[in-house]
Write a protein that binds this ligand. Structure first.
Ligand code: NI
Length: 290
């Protein structure tokens, strides 16, 4: 009983500070405050009112936290609904031969594996990624976009390591060594890849050029990338590939989050990625178990 009295006092005080909760009767509180004595008589007198305060306070707290929990659940549901509604189906399984895997230190790079390193969509798991589709002979747009990605990766590196992944839409000219040389100008973390369709790498139909071409069509379909090579394109010649220009943000669960257009500056893109990371972590993903 004495224990109940002692606990009741601070809780009653905390309750009174919250206007939405029913305040305990004022006289009881004053008497609790003024009673310095711990005589048996005092304890006897305050048993009933203090028990009432205790119960009311506990009930108030339970209701308050239930209300807050519901509010949080509602907010999460709204966020999820907004994302499910606003997010088109982008991405999916793919197979590439890549200049290296990521992080580069742990795996062969193009210098010791000129045939490339196999890389699938599972490379996107466990880290944030930025995907870009282009070609190394692109005169100015691709270099500008890759510069921008490099800048964003550098800016976010201290808090959010990002895998920058370049996928060619010109597999007939973009060999892996050519892609590797090209990407060195932008950021050391860049991984470059050519898509492959394994169906054309086996048996009598084995045709690596066709495998790359079909693989490229397939991954571009999955990511809704438009590209168009001139029909008379000579692999040894000088031609341009018309292609859509987007940077795709993929979360550590391999799910497409957002596509950034050409007119977005590096600083803005970094800001939007920070926001996406914040939302993702707020849903209980990342940072271990929360
Ligand atoms: Ni381009």
């Amino acid at each position: 009983m004495l224990a109940a009295t002692r606990r009741a006092a601070p809780r009653a005080f905390a309750t009174a500070a919250r206007p939405s909760l029913r305040a305990p009767p004022r006289p009881v509180q004053r008497r609790l405050m003024s009673s310095g004595s711990k005589s048996r008589y005092d304890v006897g007198v305050f048993t009933l009112p203090s028990a009432a305060v205790f119960v009311a306070t506990a009930l108030g707290l339970v209701l308050y936290f239930r209300h807050e929990k519901q509010k949080l659940a509602d907010q999460r549901e709204r966020e999820n609904a907004a994302q499910a509604y606003g997010r088109p189906k982008v991405g999916g399984p793919f197979a590439l031969t890549a200049t290296s895997a990521y992080p580069q230190s742990a795996v062969p790079t193009i210098d010791d594996a000129p045939e490339g390193t196999p890389l699938t969509e599972s490379a996107l798991l466990g880290r944030w990624s930025l995907l870009y589709f282009g070609f190394t002979n692109c005169p100015d747009i691709c270099p500008a976009e890759l510069d921008k990605i490099g800048e964003v990766v550098r800016e976010l590196a201290p808090t959010t390591p990002i895998l920058p992944l370049f996928i060619t839409v010109d597999p007939q000219r973009d060999t892996l060594p050519a892609i590797a040389r090209y990407l060195r100008d932008f950021h050391p973390s860049f991984v470059g890849g050519r898509a492959v369709d394994a169906n054309f790498l086996q048996g009598a139909d084995k045709d690596p050029a066709r495998a790359a071409w079909e693989g490229t069509k397939s991954i571009c379909r999955a990511y809704r990338v438009y590209f168009s090579t001139p029909p008379d394109a000579d692999p040894a010649g000088d031609y341009l590939v018309d292609h859509s220009i987007f940077v795709y943000l993929v979360d550590p669960e391999g799910t497409f989050v957002d596509a950034f257009g050409q007119n977005l500056a590096a600083r803005e893109m970094a800001g939007q990625i920070r926001e996406a990371v914040h939302v993702w972590e707020g849903r209980g993903r990342g940072r271990g178990k929360e």
